[in-house]
Design a protein around this ligand. Structure first.
Ligand code: FES
Length: 211
């Protein structure tokens, strides 16, 4: 009868090491599979239930004294895509999202420049008050759409005016903008001059929302 090579103290050690290695590899395989399922599961849950907290809040307080915003000098808050305009009737806030494909239009002091639209037409349609007769507005850098200071589109591929969002006085006396609340939203071809304003005297809005 031949000698079983494993039936020696050294052989038994080899066999034990062999088993342990196989068990270790099996264990690592199971661990990797579990980690992959866990990662996939978390990703799927994240997709199904997006975490709203990761997004920037739609409401914010303007870090400028309201009186510092004067007629003819809108406050551009480009990183929030909001412009606060003051005219003879009060404040309003335009949401700077081009209605063509969503770029951020730039503030320009001569919005008709290069469009062939006469200044008197711009003044007529731009909801300008007596104290604001400069042809300012917005020009979209992407495909050239132009908007009057009341956010009415008049040139380029933008199909409708930009929206206005809510702006109110906060308890601290600063202006608080809520981009989640539209106060003026106009459809294609609507050039009605919006009358919504936040009155600096009463510190209340006049409630004249559109539509
Ligand atoms: S995105 Fe503004 S004109 Fe196209």
């Amino acid at each position: 009868m031949g000698l079983n090579p494993y039936d020696t103290p050294r052989g038994r050690l080899h066999r034990l090491a062999d088993i342990s290695r196989r068990q270790f590899l099996l264990f690592m395989g199971i661990l990797a599979a579990l980690a992959a399922s866990l990662f996939g599961g978390i990703k799927t849950l994240g997709f199904l239930f997006p975490n709203a907290n990761l997004e920037e809040p739609l409401a914010f307080t303007v870090d400028v004294e309201p009186d510092a915003i004067t007629v003819g000098n809108p406050l551009q808050i480009t990183e929030k895509r909001v412009s606060i305009i003051r005219d003879d009737s009060g404040y309003y806030a335009v949401y700077l999202v081009c209605t063509h494909l969503g770029c951020t239009p730039n503030y320009v002091t001569n919005v008709t420049n290069g469009t062939g639209v006469a200044d008197d037409v711009a003044k007529e349609r731009g909801a300008r008050q007596a104290a604001e007769q400069i042809p300012n507005g917005w020009a979209c850098p992407c495909h050239g759409s132009r908007y009057y200071i009341d956010s009415t589109n008049f040139y380029g591929p933008a199909p409708r005016p930009m929206d206005w969002v809510d702006v109110q006085y906060s308890p601290s006396g600063k202006l608080a903008v809520d981009r989640g609340k539209l106060v003026v939203q106009r459809g294609a071809g609507v050039t009605t001059k919006p009358e919504w304003r936040l009155d600096p005297k009463t510190k209340k809005d006049n409630g004249k929302t559109l539509p």
